[in-house]
Design a protein around this ligand. Structure first.
Ligand code: HEC
Length: 182
């Protein structure tokens, strides 16, 4: 297994200062369900305060004015950070939105590599069987949707594979938020 070293880009676009950035950690799957909120694995958050095992964190992202219950990492509304059942939970200002959550410490990590590990592992497992891993950063999220669609016939992914791999491809795409460094 290729060892990944990952760093997250564009934080300055999402947060005023990049201090104390942590990432949503999901043990199984890509979704973390807490009360009225679903958070997606690897999403960057800023830790505001900590009280014992519980931390108050914020997620900052882009909101589609036609559906204010979803927070996205990028302005193309393709990489989800969070969804909420009650849209008042996301404080919208212009095209940006802010969501405050309280999480216990096993639901986030300060290690971006750990946060993106499940999705990247699945990509390398399923997408290097016939050819070496394609350089994800060479294509945009939109291009990857098309490429993934045509590759499904070859790779025969399960639904779960697709969930993991599409999140990975979008995260690491040219217009994504994560960068792989050797
Ligand atoms: C069963 C074999 C197989 C597996 C598994 C496989 N590929 Fe491919 N892939 C191919 C072949 C064969 C080609 C070259 C022929 C073609 O482009 O249609 C290719 C080409 C590609 C290309 C270049 C296409 C282009 O138009 O430039 C990309 C990108 C790609 N694969 C991505 C993936 C991804 C992502 C996965 C994992 C979901 C994957 N592949 C899994 C066989 C496979």
């Amino acid at each position: 297994m290729k060892k990944l070293l990952i760093k997250v880009l564009l934080l300055s676009a999402l947060f005023a200062n990049a201090q104390a950035v942590v990432y949503v950690y999901v043990e199984d799957g890509v979704e973390l369900h807490i009360d009225e909120v679903t958070l997606y694995s690897g999403s960057p958050m800023q830790e505001l305060s900590k009280d014992g095992d519980l931390s108050v964190l914020t997620l900052s992202g882009y909101v589609d004015k036609n559906d204010q219950s979803k927070l996205y990492a990028t302005p193309n509304f393709k990489l989800l950070l969070a969804t909420v059942k009650n849209k008042n939970l996301i404080k919208v200002s212009g095209e940006k939105g802010l969501l405050k959550v309280t999480l216990s410490e096993d639901n986030f990590t300060d290690d971006s590599e750990e946060a993106w590990e499940l999705t990247s592992e699945r990509f390398y497992e399923k997408c290097t069987q016939c050819h070496p891993a394609k350089v994800v950063e060479e294509h945009t999220m939109l291009e990857w949707e098309g490429l993934y669609g045509s590759m499904k016939e070859f790779a025969k992914p399960t639904k779960e594979d697709t969930t993991y791999i599409l999140r990975f491809l979008r995260g690491f795409a040219k217009d994504g938020i994560v960068k792989e460094v050797e």
